[in-house]
Design a protein around this ligand. Structure first.
Ligand code: 13P
Ligand code: SF4
Length: 334
């Protein structure tokens, strides 16, 4: 594998003009970023590494990524990579999923502070206690975990789901009663789409939880025909205003394929940036909030990760193998 041709600061600046952020992507900053991008691309070849990046990452991270996608796509992609090292530009639970599914690879997360408020909202011991209590009432109960959970939580559940397959996986389970953790809003959304009984946990994503119906209605008042794309981690009163409820990559596909020209993108801001760059012929309005965890990953930390081969994800084998069963069952059912 060889490194891609070097990008100049001017080329990068021209590319990022679509984002309309001249104070961030200045000439000097784009020159500095272009030099780092070049070094990262060379180091990837030297280290036999691939970079996987989530859709919410900074636009400059897309420039060094081998693949950018949503949680489901990223979980699948890590397994098939020929490279021995994966640098995961995303948050901790996503890097853990890559390690769970590809235990022989070295999986690096550039900044260990890149966590997730949703993943932190469920503790495996508390979950086991709740599950055992509920099983006394509902012997058929199965526990479904959103992938935004730690490996320790994945290890004690029956199956995992992502935002793009939660409804279809739940529908295929041969139980009426489902304990769904940790996102109460995704659980509400699934409940609306299925006749099963969903018992939810009380976690949420601090980013999506902040978005209110008023954020959407204020845009719709001026643009009544705008297509509203909403992530299912949003509150129920926000989901109600959606034309489509989609995962992050689902939103990208919808925007590209739809005949509509104007969209309101209701999720973390990185996704609107991705759409502005990838679909320049259409108009995107933002009802978004920043995820401080996703934004902890920078070109600097990615470069340092490759230079010093840090920070490696390590998992206890028993936990990894049990968590892998829940992820593989999701792949079987979705
Ligand atoms: P997606 O799987 O839709 O990319 O969502 C991941 C996430 O963390 C949303 O906040
Ligand atoms: Fe977690 Fe929310 Fe950030 Fe996604 S946006 S990584 S759910 S805190």
């Amino acid at each position: 594998m060889t490194a891609t041709a070097a990008l100049s600061g001017d080329e990068l600046k021209a590319k990022f003009e679509a984002l309309d952020m001249p104070a961030i992507y200045t000439e000097g900053e784009c020159d500095r970023m272009a030099a780092m991008i070049d070094e990262i691309r060379h180091l990837k070849v030297e280290r036999n590494a691939a970079i996987l990046a989530h859709n919410y990452q900074r636009p400059e991270i897309y420039e060094v990524a081998d693949f950018v996608g949503d949680s489901l796509e990223l979980a699948r992609r890590g397994v098939d990579l020929e490279q021995e090292v994966i640098v995961f530009c995303g948050v901790h639970f996503m890097a853990e999923s890559a390690k769970i599914l590809a235990p022989d690879k070295t999986v690096l997360l550039p900044d260990m502070r890149a966590g997730c408020s949703l993943a932190d909202s469920v503790d495996p011991d508390e979950l086991v206690e709740r599950r055992d209590e509920l099983k006394k009432l509902y012997p058929d109960l199965q526990v479904v975990a959103y992938v935004n959970t730690t490996a320790a939580v994945k290890a004690v559940v029956d199956v995992c789901v992502t935002s793009s397959n939660a409804v279809s996986v739940v529908e295929k389970l041969d139980s009426q009663h489902i304990l769904f953790v940790p996102d109460e809003h995704l659980a509400n959304y699934v409940q609306k789409e299925t006749s099963k009984t969903i018992i939810s946990w009380n976690g949420n994503c601090y980013v999506h939880h902040q978005i209110t119906p008023e954020n959407i209605l204020s845009v719709k008042r001026g643009l009544p025909n705008i297509k509203v794309l909403v992530h299912p981690e949003c509150r129920a009163d926000v989901v109600e205003l959606a034309d489509a409820v989609l995962s992050t990559s689902g939103m990208v596909r919808y925007a590209k394929e739809s005949e509509a020209q104007e969209f309101l993108v209701v999720t973390e801001c990185g996704l609107s940036d991705k759409l502005l760059l990838e679909v320049p012929e259409k108009k995107f309005y933002k009802a978004c909030k920043l995820c401080q965890f996703m934004k902890m990953i920078t070109l600097e930390s990615t470069l340092d990760s490759l230079r010093h081969m840090r920070f490696a994800i390590e998992l206890d084998e028993e936990v990894r193998a049990a968590a892998e069963r829940s992820l593989l069952r999701m792949f079987e059912l979705s």
